[in-house]
Design a protein around this ligand. Structure first.
Ligand SMILES: Nc1ncnc2c1ncn2[C@@H]1O[C@H](COP(=O)(O)OP(=O)(O)OP(=O)(O)O)[C@@H](O)[C@H]1O
Length: 257
């Protein structure tokens, strides 16, 4: 579904991603692992349109999407989990979902004055969808709670819910497990799996929690120093000597610093 072809990105003298190539197959939950500084986030930023590659190509269903803005990619169905912005803390869970669909009619004064019936019908449809999403994620009980009062895990579920308000085809999840307790982590993993199987979402997941990667992701791609070191089944990647060396090398480097 997404093909990364020989993609590189440098920031001044720092080569963050270097000749990186792999594919995210349709219907997969592809895990992206690698030691700190391997280039995972930079690569995600390029897939999601937040950064343009220095060289190389990114294809989506065969179409060249290299350098397209995140807004354009969003409309094509490539969605990155949004960290819930600070100002949205003051909105309820339901409202956080309802503001996601872009270009709603009620945003235009012309429509609210001259086409109030159509605006109301669209709002009712967005409300129905938001309530359905809350039910799917078993979050109905926090429908009217301010997002700022939710636990870390509930926020992650709500972020996943926000991707469900769009017509997502590919969802990029950046460390979904970080700061989430074990109970909610299971629920989050179950929801991701259910979205993958029932709604056909393709996922790419950056994650440091190896339990989550092993239970959720296939295949797993391991990056080191900006390129793909190896990829395949989690067990094979984990037992690859080069992977171990890359992680050990990175922690030795950090310890020295
Ligand atoms: N905006 C930037 N300016 C300069 N250097 C950057 C920038 N963004 C990333 N880098 C560098 O690029 C390299 C790759 O960073 P990146 O954040 O992509 O790695 P990562 O694999 O996501 O690491 P982590 O697991 O720690 O999040 C690092 O050396 C980092 O310092």
């Amino acid at each position: 579904m997404i093909t990364i072809e020989n993609v590189s990105k440098s920031f001044g003298g720092v080569q963050a991603v270097s000749g990186c190539s792999f594919t995210i197959e349709e219907g997969s939950i592809t895990g992206l692992i690698g030691p700190n500084g391997a280039g995972k986030t930079t690569l995600f930023n390029m897939i999601a349109g937040a950064l343009a590659p220095t060289s190389g190509k990114i294809l989506f269903q065969g179409e060249d999407i290299t350098g397209l803005s995140s807004d354009k990619l969003f409309h094509k169905g490539i969605v990155r989990t949004f960290q819930i912005p600070h100002e949205f803390d003051k909105m309820t869970s339901l409202e956080n979902l309802m503001v996601v669909p872009p270009g709603q009619m009620g945003e235009s004064i012309f429509n609210t004055w001259f086409r109030p019936g159509a605006v109301r019908a669209e709002e009712a449809e967005v409300l129905r969808k938001a309530e359905e999403v809350l039910e799917f994620l078993q979050l109905t009980h926090i429908r009217d709670e301010l997002a700022g009062n939710l636990s870390g895990g509930q926020k992650k579920l709500l972020e996943l819910g926000r991707t469900m308000m769009t017509d997502a085809k590919v969802v990029l999840l950046d460390e979904p497990g970080a700061g989430v307790n074990r109970t909610l982590l299971k629920k989050l993993a179950d929801s991701i799996r259910q979205l993958n199987v029932e709604k056909g979402y393709t996922f790419a997941v950056i994650e440091h929690d190896m339990d989550l990667i092993s239970s959720l992701c296939h295949p797993v791609v391991c990056m080191a120093q900006g390129s793909v070191l190896t990829q395949g089944k989690f067990e094979d990647v984990r037992s690859d000597e080069r992977v171990l060396e890359a992680y050990l090398g990175s922690s030795a480097h950090e310890a020295a610093e």
